[in-house]
Design a protein around this ligand. Structure first.
Ligand SMILES: *Cc1c(COP(=O)(O)O)cnc(C)c1O
Length: 398
């Protein structure tokens, strides 16, 4: 089949929930992707911050193949070794005490919400607690996750959603304070807002929220689904601030392409939280995802991903700053590590589409942000090449 035939067929089969770019991807190598016509693309999207190791990392793919030949699935009625090892590595990296593996980010959020509600229920002897979430946040598409996603446009058709959710303004401590009541059980936020437009939490804000939580026995839930797993130069973004959550969610790069998420908690929370019968999953934490997560953590160590990110990210930041200086239609640059956004006054969707013609994959965030979430293994030479292809794209857009 030719590209256009694939696209036409897909549009007749798949539910139309995405306006996809007209690109049929076939394979990847390093930080490059190739379409079914053999055209090469430099990938600065990583499957939406998922493919942290890029493509074709042999140690990772061999670990997956080995597990495929050994055992894929057992259910959670039994133990399995790969997930025990994966949990050990994830807990060591996060300084958390307990982990529950899910199949996606949105399910990790669901679990985190239930964990917080159960904690408050055990403590107070009754239900009816509230959660404070942030405006312009994104936590996923299931009804629970949608209920804490601060975007009226996403929510409206599906109302009524989960009750007991209040929204505060991100990076505004007074706004959070104003939403606290004696029913508040948790404050939930992304450490760096992703879909909303790449907004890092300010240090004072995060410290202030932590203090509010401590004063009122409220749980701090940090969503590290996009900003976690080394993207900001620490394994988890909150480690840059020294502000530890009580519950944390992770997904995207956790499996580097194998669908897996997780929610983590401290022992203090676990002691009063989910118990047998309260939560479960058929697939979650099976041997296959265990092998994947384990291999990801091993590769992070082997390739010293964190120090690599800390070396390349300032270079990318410098180059993006220079673009803001150079072009009138670029008004700001925000971000941390290898999670960056350029604010554009020209339509960002058009830039992302044009970039494909120049062999560059970038995505958007919010309504006016070009988002850069490349594989964490990119080099400075890849950054130079990206800037070249991006500037060519800018000249095409004018
Ligand atoms: C992607 C994302 C989610 C949802 O994860 P899925 O795997 O798509 O369900 C939740 N929170 C944040 C911050 C995300 O970036």
């Amino acid at each position: 089949m030719k590209t256009q035939e694939y696209i036409n067929t897909a549009e007749n089969e798949l539910l139309h929930t995405y306006n996809r770019f007209p690109l049929v991807l076939d394979h990847g190598e390093g930080v490059h992707l190739y379409d079914t016509d053999g055209k090469e693309y430099l990938d600065f999207a990583a499957g939406i911050a998922v493919c942290a190791l890029g493509y074709g990392n042999r140690a990772y793919t061999e670990a997956l193949k080995k597990q495929v030949d050994t055992l894929l699935h057992t259910s959670n009625l039994y133990y399995n070794v790969p997930v025990i090892e994966a949990a050990q590595k994830a807990l060591a990296a996060s300084q958390m005490d307990r982990i529950f593996f899910t199949n996606s980010g949105t399910e990790a959020i669901e679990g985190a919400i239930k964990a917080a509600k159960k904690y408050a229920y055990t403590r107070d002897g009754h239900a009816g607690h509230e959660i404070i979430a942030m405006q312009h946040s994104f936590h996923g598409r299931s009804l629970g996750a949608l209920s804490v996603t601060g975007n009226a446009h996403y929510q409206e058709p599906f109302e009524p959603l989960m009750p007991g959710v209040k929204f505060a303004e991100f990076n505004n401590l007074d706004s959070v304070k104003a939403q606290i009541t004696d029913k508040t059980c948790a404050i939930l936020m992304e450490t760096v807002q992703g879909e909303g437009g790449i907004y890092p939490a300010e240090k004072d804000f995060l410290e202030g929220v932590r203090a509010l939580c401590d004063e009122n026995d409220i749980l701090l839930i940090l969503d590290e689904i996009q900003c976690g797993m080394g993207r900001t130069g620490q394994m988890f973004a909150w480690q840059n601030y020294g502000v530890k959550p009580d519950i944390m969610t992770c997904a995207k790069a956790l499996g580097c392409g194998v669908p897996v998420g997780a929610f983590f908690m401290t022992q203090r929370v676990a002691d009063k939280s989910l118990a047998p019968g309260d939560h479960g999953t058929t697939y979650g934490g099976n041997p296959f995802i265990g092998a994947a997560v384990s291999a990801v953590f091993d590769q992070f160590e082997e390739l010293q991903i964190l120090s690599h990110v800390n070396e390349v990210a300032p270079y990318l930041a410098e180059k993006l700053d220079a673009l803001v200086e150079k072009y009138d239609f670029l008004t700001a640059h925000r971000g941390m590590g290898l999670m960056r956004g350029l604010v554009c006054t020209i339509p960002v969707g058009q830039v992302a589409s044009k970039a494909l013609e120049n062999g560059l994959i970038v995505i958007t965030a919010g309504s006016d942000v070009l988002r850069f979430v490349p594989p964490l293994v990119i080099t400075k030479a890849d950054v130079d090449e990206m800037i070249l292809r991006l500037e060519k794209t800018f000249s095409d857009c004018h």
